[in-house]
Design a binder for this molecule. Sequence first.
Ligand SMILES: [Zn+2]
Length: 323
Amino acid sequence: MTETTFTPFTVVYSDEFLEWQLENGVTDPRRALRATRHLVEECGDAITVLDPADIPVHEVRGAIEMVHTEEYAAQVIDEGISVEFPRVDHRLGEVAQLMFAGTMVAVREVLAGNTRIAFNPQGAKHHAKVERGSGFCVFNDMTWAALHMEGMGRRPLYLDWDVHAGDGVQEMLGGSSIPTLSIHQGSIFPTDPNVKNLELARAGERHTHHLHDKAAYNWNLERDAGDDAFRWAIDEAIDFIRDYKPDTLLLAIGADAHAGQALAIAGTNVTYDGFDYAAGRVRDIADELGVTGIVMGGAGGYQPLDHTPRIWANVVKRIATEA
Ligand SMILES: [Zn+2]
């Protein structure tokens, strides 16, 4: 058996991430630590781990204010207030800012040509809106990444396979031409009608809900749909990516479509094989198109001590596997 070789990649991690305690258990940030450990232990010299504190705080604040209002940024960072926080807590505001900085480091490294692949396990806070937090997400790092990449002359595309729709990214990029592709369970949170087809009462059925004028593409899977449905959606998304020809992929690699989630959600029961299929297809289309940057955020995953970090690490490894 030949040994797998990995193309060099970057993970952005800080032990300060461990202070992201929302007191709900399921978002336990040790998932980020464990995923990083798996990758360090299993990828040898291919991995570089960088600290998100590398970016000066005032630059992070400026980037946050590019996609959120100044008032909202001040409320979270200066006052420690968010609907996602269990109490007023300045430290949580600072950690939210640091998690956003993690994606800034990932983007910086890709743009500098220092790496082709970068992963922020505490990134892809895809539900956050311009003026408020939502679904454990406070600052929308992927929206910033997409707009910043575009501003630097890149052609980015956003793909999200978290079990919950990437409603925040879709809404915040709605005024741009950057495509947002989201594969999710169609009858659970979030409730935004722009990600699912409610008019036809198809919430529990497999269907697409594409808004071409907003460059927003949604695949709604039914409850417990399994790997076949996930593969169907991934295959359609890959076809779209092939036609669009991005040079940069932004991925929300949520692991919460996995069966047996601790959070009481009715998910899609994707298995390890399903996630491996998705990662393999992304890897292959990236090679086929000559994609020069892949930035990944962990998004959701509520089995923080076992399946979530294992699935994240597997996906990153698969995407970083050399042909
Ligand atoms: Zn989720």
